[in-house]
Unconditional design. Structure first.
Ligand code: Z5A
Length: 208
C-alpha cells in the first residue's frame, strides 16, 4: 500500500480553490490514486454543523476568540473523523483550506499566530499537511471571480473589508516563505486547465 498523503489548498477568496480541488482530484484518480475531497470549515458531520454557525449571521456574531475556537473545534472533528481514517487506508486527502486559513484569518488580530498554532496542537495534535498549495492571484482578479460567484452576498468572513483580505494574502505569503518544504506557491491566473497543470507539477515529488 502506498502511503496516504494530505494535501491542502489555500489562498484568498476567489482564488479558485474549489474549482481546482475537483480538477486535481480527478487528475490524481486518473493516475490510480484513491482521493478523498474535503473542505474547511466542514468535512465531517460535526464540522459541517459548526460551518453553518461560522459562516452565517452578522459580522459580530462571534468574538475573535470564540470564532478561533469554533474553527479549531471543527478542525479537530474533521481530522479525527475524516482525514486520519482516509490516510490510514492509503487514500490521498485534498482539503479546500485547513490550519493556514485559521492562521491567516484568525491569527493576525486579537489572537496571534502562536495562539492559533497552540489551539491546533490542543485540537488536532498539531497535525500538518504533507503539502500545501497556495493559489496566488492578483487582488482585482480574485475579487472579480468572488463577485461573479457570490454576487452581493459574500459569507460572514468573505464580506470583510479589502484591507483585511490584503493582510490575509500577505500572511499566506509569509507562511509559504517560512516553510518552503511544505508550501508551494502556484500562480492561479489564467485558464483553469493551466492552473491544474501547475498544481500537479507542484505535487510531482509525491505522486508514486
Ligand atoms: N475561514 C477562516 O476564516 N478560517 C479558517 O480556518 C477557514 C476558513 C478554514 C469560507 O471558506 C470562509 O471561511 C472563507 C475563509 C474563512 N471566507 N473568506 N474569505 P470557503 O473556502 O468555503 O470559501 P471561499 O474561500 O470564499 O471560496 P472557495 O469556495 O473555497 O473557493 P474559491 O477559492 O473562492 O474558488 P472557486 O469557487 O473555485 O472560484 C471562484 C469563482 O471563480 C467561481 O465562479 C469559478 O467558476 C471561477 N473560477 C475558478 N477558476 C477560474 C479560472 N481559472 N478562471 C476564471 N474563473 C475561474
Amino acid at each position: 500500500m502506498t502511503p496516504g498523503r494530505f494535501i491542502t489548498l489555500e489562498g484568498g477568496e476567489g482564488a479558485g480553490k474549489s474549482t481546482q480541488l475537483r480538477a486535481l482530484a480527478a487528475a490524481l484518480r486518473g493516475r490510480g490514486i484513491d482521493v478523498v475531497e474535503t473542505r474547511e470549515p466542514g468535512g465531517s458531520e460535526g464540522a459541517e454543523a459548526i460551518r453553518a454557525l461560522l459562516l452565517t449571521g452578522g459580522a459580530d456574531r462571534w468574538s475573535a476568540r470564540a470564532e478561533a475556537l469554533l474553527f479549531a473545534a471543527a478542525r479537530a472533528d474533521h481530522v479525527e473523523r475524516t482525514i486520519r481514517p482516509a490516510l490510514a487506508r492509503g487514500a490521498w486527502v485534498i482539503s479546500d483550506r485547513f490550519l493556514d486559513s485559521s492562521r491567516a484569518y484568525q491569527g493576525q488580530g486579537e489572537l496571534t499566530d502562536a495562539d492559533i498554532v497552540a489551539l491546533h496542537r490542543i485540537g488536532s495534535e498539531g497535525f500538518l499537511p504533507d503539502r500545501t498549495l497556495l493559489l496566488a492571484l492578483p487582488e482585482a482578479e480574485a475579487a472579480e471571480r468572488a463577485t461573479a460567484r457570490d454576487g452581493d452576498a459574500p459569507d460572514r468572513i468573505g464580506g470583510r473589508a479589502s484591507d483585511f483580505h490584503r493582510a490575509v494574502a500577505a500572511a499566506f505569503d509569509r507562511f509559504a516563505g517560512d516553510e518552503p518544504a511544505r508550501f508551494r506557491k502556484v500562480d492561479a491566473s489564467g485558464g483553469a486547465e493551466a492552473v491544474t497543470a501547475r498544481l500537479l507539477a507542484a505535487l510531482d515529488d509525491l505522486v508514486p
